[in-house]
Design a protein around this ligand. Structure first.
Ligand code: NAD
Ligand code: WQD
Length: 337
């Protein structure tokens, strides 16, 4: 099959591209490199022995994207492209709406024009807002997000659901990722945040390699096992596999499907720090700070539906995640630079 991967040069996209190439698919990446580096293509080639076709364009650029569709005749789309910083989205909501929602509008318009019937969309556990209960089920209410980033995901999910309703021949998989961490076991590709990381794992790895002095733990007074925030950390390799499973599901013409991609297990900030220390025989200095505004106490998935309907479940444990995250960071202290 030939798959168009928007945002394929990014963190999750690059791992998924490798998984696709490994199973013999052809890959066409569309990425404007606003949050990624061209170097990733060389790394993908090193891992897979093949290079995907690459177009450095924005998904918002309808004219150029139309040409890609005309040239490539793809069978399916995986739509990763988007801006993902929660904090930045609060400062620049318009940018987040225009980039994330705007590019999805263009993509949907062109996929219809070119009769592409299968699309997988990168959604997020953030669409559940503040959970009333955990674990989170796909049938739980969405919306009420505390930030514009999350709202863009809710809006795009709704747009895709509308399209699926209008055209029963369209197959849409909405995947709600929990907290992706880790890296390809080769250490050649991984997460490469620009500036000081917002997310916990890249912060930990940068403390481990002494780029940052000390980890700030945001709050130890939540109603959780040890007072720190609990999340469902999922290895990015498992996430990549989830996309292959979703594509296989789409090829059976299911219409609209929605799956949580998580492990079903919650891990606290302190538990993650200690797992990282144990996995890599390192000490991570940390200090307790006030809660981070907008954070919730606990979020983890019920991931049964993905297993029941796609036979997908996470295979890597938290120690694997910590080893692979550190392997990537120590081999690439400055990311792809
Ligand atoms: P990433 O920033 O590493 O990758 C996104 C890629 O999209 C980047 O390479 C960027 O250059 C590209 N991009 C952004 N806007 C574009 C545009 N208009 N046209 C073309 N390319 C564009 O992020 P990621 O962590 O790999 O996330 C991938 C997707 O998964 C995003 O949609 C994100 O919102 C979603 N997601 C991520 C997480 C997470 O924690 N990483 C969790 C849930 C959902
Ligand atoms: C995890 C835990 C923090 C950093 C975000 C987005 C979400 C999704 C995944 C895209 C929390 C604590 C963190 C630090 C800390 N992305 N923490 N010190 O907030 O669950 O989710 O990324 O869709 O939309 O909101 O992930 O890694 O930022 O935080 O103590 O320096 O670690 O308070 O409890 P989060 P995270």
């Amino acid at each position: 099959m030939k798959i168009l991967v928007t945002g394929g040069a990014g963190y999750i996209g690059s791992h998924t591209v490798c998984a696709l190439l490994k199973q013999g698919d052809e890959v066409v990446i569309v990425d404007n490199l606003c949050n990624s580096k061209i170097e990733v293509l060389k790394r993908i080639e090193k891992i897979c022995g093949k290079t995907p076709t690459f177009y450095q364009i924005s998904v918002q650029d309808e004219v150029k994207l139309d040409e890609v569709f005309s040239n490539e005749h793809v069978d399916a789309i995986i739509h990763f492209a988007g801006l993902k910083s929660v904090g930045e989205s609060v400062l620049k909501p318009d940018l987040y709406y225009s980039n994330n929602v705007g590019s999805s509008e263009v993509l949907i318009k062109l996929m219809k024009k070119h009769h592409v019937k299968n699309i997988v969309f990168s959604s997020s556990a953030t669409v559940y807002g503040t959970p009333k209960r955990v674990p989170l089920y796909e049938s739980d209410p969405i919306g009420g997000c505390t930030n514009p980033y999350g709202e863009t995901k809710v809006v795009i999910e709704k747009m895709l659901q509308e399209e699926a309703k209008k055209d029963p021949s369209l197959n849409v998989a909405i995947l709600r990722y929990f907290n992706p961490i880790g890296a390809h076991p080769s250490g050649l590709i991984g997460e490469d945040p620009q500036g000081i990381p917002n997310n916990l794992m890249p912060y930990i790895t940068q403390v481990a390699c002494k780029k940052l002095e000390c980890l700030n733990v945001f709050g130890n007074d939540y109603d959780t096992v040890d007072g720190t925030g609990v999340r469902d950390y999922i290895h990015v390799m498992d996430l990549a596999d989830g996309h292959l499973a979703a594509l296989n599901k789409l090829y059976q013409n299911p219409g609209l499907v929605i799956y949580n991609l998580g492990t079903g297990k919650g891990t606290s900030v302190l538990e993650l720090i200690h797992a990282f220390e144990k996995a890599n025989n390192l000490i991570i200095p940390y200090v307790i700070k006030p809660r981070r505004p907008g954070d919730i106490a606990t979020s983890y998935a019920n991931a049964d539906k993905a297993y029941q309907e796609m036979k997908w479940k996470a295979k890597y444990n938290i120690i694997d995640c910590c080893k692979d995250a550190w392997n990537w960071q120590k081999n690439n202290p400055n990311g792809y630079n």
